[in-house]
Design a protein around this ligand. Sequence first.
Ligand SMILES: Cc1cc2nc3c(=O)[nH]c(=O)nc-3n(C[C@H](O)[C@H](O)[C@H](O)COP(=O)(O)OP(=O)(O)OC[C@H]3O[C@@H](n4cnc5c(N)ncnc54)[C@H](O)[C@@H]3O)c2cc1C
Length: 267
Amino acid sequence: MYPFAYQRVSSAQEATAACQGEARYLAGGQSLVQAMKLRLSAPERLIDLGAIEGLQGVRDEGDALVIAAMTRHAEVAASPLVQDALPALAELAAGIGDPMVRQMGTLGGSLANADPAACYPSAVLALNAQIQTDRRTVEASSFFTGLYQTALEPGELVMAVRFPKVRKAAYAKLKQPASRFALVGVFVAQTAQGVRVAVTGAKASVFREPTLEAALSREFSAAAAKAVKLSPDGYAQDLHASSAYRAAMVSVMAAKAVAVAQARSGS
Ligand SMILES: Cc1cc2nc3c(=O)[nH]c(=O)nc-3n(C[C@H](O)[C@H](O)[C@H](O)COP(=O)(O)OP(=O)(O)OC[C@H]3O[C@@H](n4cnc5c(N)ncnc54)[C@H](O)[C@@H]3O)c2cc1C
């Protein structure tokens, strides 16, 4: 690890003022510190967001839940508000990594990091969430721009994410057994505007799957999802799985998610 300075701030204004040049925000350090240890990242200064009160917690806004950026995965998983209004999101958070990762990792850090196999980006995209930063609101559809790439500008601070409530939703993940990241993760949401299906782990960045969305809009059933055969073109291929396997597993995970969503709603 290269040497770096450390600054703990107590407000969002102090954080953005401090985040100049080669400085980086520090959330739970679950990705950033690993990258620094491997010398893949060499920030000169870390701006620790941990003491900013306004960046914690879950708020119910009637038709949506607003989750602050520094809310840990374990808090989302255990939140009665999330369990009641968006149980799919609580289950997703409960399935991230291991207990230590869930105690330290944050929603904002996960989104800013934009790991291609991270779970939260699929929920953000399928639920058509909005990412609120210190300077604007970014729609989910334009937030994730590529491999570890987002629409965030240098020094832009994720403050919170607004998740609209939906009729039915669920997330199903085929885990990479060593890391527990998604080899393929599929978030299915039945919204008032139609069915949205977002896939993580299968390409360079999270994406919506239009063929599955069309099939599930016609018939919201596990059988309808399973019947969809996707082309492996453009899918990721690595030592863990071929592109053909990943493409096949998208339909399987979508079917699993639909079955969970149906069972939860009693239909
Ligand atoms: C062993 C292991 C297993 C994991 N398994 C999973 C899994 O199954 N599923 C999954 O989804 N994730 C998984 N993760 C990722 C983990 O859940 C964290 O969400 C992710 O690593 C981000 O960590 P963090 O929140 O501590 O952010 P940090 O590591 O502190 O920061 C990550 C990046 O985001 C930036 N950043 C942080 N907060 C903000 C903000 N508010 N505004 C702007 N930029 C910000 C930082 O500057 C940095 O560039 C795993 C991680 C580990 C180490």
